[in-house]
Design a binder for this molecule. Structure first.
Ligand code: SF4
Length: 346
């Protein structure tokens, strides 16, 4: 089992729940909008938010933004160790940086000192674009070079006594990413941040992320996830939550199941399933809802659900654990079924 690393008020690793991360599309220095976006993501179930830190203004905005948000803030820094120091001083809950590319030993030492002084964790890692040259020439582009690059970055910080480390080894290739995380998981007990890089537009991105992150989580590898999509961050969070729910790793989310429909279906079951999903998307409660195409098989096939609905010819039936409790005409279906859902979540 991985060791526990504390990021603000969230513990990851050591069997804690898998934390959902997203990355803001905004600058920290755009404070008002950055706060609004973070609050929206919090509401959708985001546990940790990451921002790029591009300059001093961004780093200094961290302290202001933190006063208005409730989830840990991660500062993502490339190359500039001084920005890392400033972000830490301004209250960043975690830093994302690679010590191998911040300009040498003295800079690594300074960052390590600040991380320890402020008790701030750090994520180090590699992706297929940042594999260290020595490993690339020795192994080529594969899981070994990706994994060894990340572990080398870990060693730079361990040398100066940093212990609160999270590791990532991302690739846009799903099989490579899975193998790289497996490689690292065998060699270290630091928590792992899972992700697929450049996963693509929303549709293919969701599939790639689900395949890669899902394959690892189901084997017990991974402690925090970021579903990376070329879409609004809220889509990343909703996808991550649904992924965790489908792997039965989320304890506080409604699961809407729906049948694929067939010739027995005589109502617009698919549209209704979407309406139900939309209605419950921000409800933090473990509940299973079934939306089924027909009364012949629906209540039986959906009997695992706490509550369900199945369509007939001119009406629907509402059932609980497979037992029909009510018949409702089509024109009242939405009103009555949503009221029943409300009763279940009270
Ligand atoms: S529940 Fe009814 S409509 Fe849906 S797939 Fe099964 S038989 Fe077809």
């Amino acid at each position: 089992m991985s060791k526990i690393v504390k990021i603000g008020n969230i513990n990851i690793g050591g069997g804690n729940k898998i934390a959902v991360q997203s990355m803001s599309t905004l600058r920290l220095s755009d404070e008002k909008r950055a706060i609004l976006q973070t609050l929206e993501l919090e509401k959708a179930g985001c546990d940790i938010i990451r921002f790029s830190v591009l300059d001093e203004l961004d780093a200094k905005s961290i302290s202001n933004i933190k006063k208005s948000i409730n989830i840990p803030l991660v500062a993502d820094i490339h190359f500039d160790y001084k920005l890392a120091l400033l972000a830490i001083e301004n209250g960043a809950d975690k830093i994302r940086i690679n010590p191998g590319n911040i300009g040498g030993e003295e800079n690594v030492k300074a960052v390590a000192k600040a991380l320890k002084e402020y008790n701030v964790p750090v994520r180090v890692g590699s992706n297929t674009g940042s594999i260290e040259k020595e490993f690339l020439s020795k192994y080529g582009k594969n899981e070994i070079s990706l994994g060894e690059s990340a572990l080398k970055n870990v060693s730079y910080l361990e040398k100066y006594g940093v212990e609160n480390i999270v590791i990532s080894v991302k690739a846009s290739s799903v099989p490579l990413m899975v193998k790289a995380y497996e490689y690292v998981a065998k060699r270290t007990d630091y928590p792992l941040h899972l992700g697929v890089t450049e996963a693509g537009t929303e549709y293919s991105g969701i599939i790639k992320n689900s395949a890669g992150i899902g394959a690892l989580l189901i084997k017990g590898i991974g402690d925090t996830i970021r579903v990376s999509l070329s879409a609004e961050p809220i889509r990343e969070v909703l996808c991550a939550k649904t992924l965790l729910n489908s792997l039965e790793l989320a304890s506080d989310m409604v699961d809407v199941i729906a049948c694929p429909t067939c010739g027995r279906c005589a109502w617009d079951c698919m549209a209704f399933a979407n309406e139900v999903s939309e209605y419950v998307k921000n409800i933090n409660k473990k509940l299973k809802i079934a939306v089924m195409g027909c009364v012949v098989n629906g209540p039986g096939e959906g009997k695992d659900a706490d509550i369900g609905i199945a369509g007939g010819v001119d009406s629907c039936v509402i059932f609980k654990k497979g037992e029909i409790i009510q018949k409702v005409s089509f024109d009242k279906v939405k009103e009555v079924f949503f009221k029943e859902i409300d009763k279940c979540i009270q």
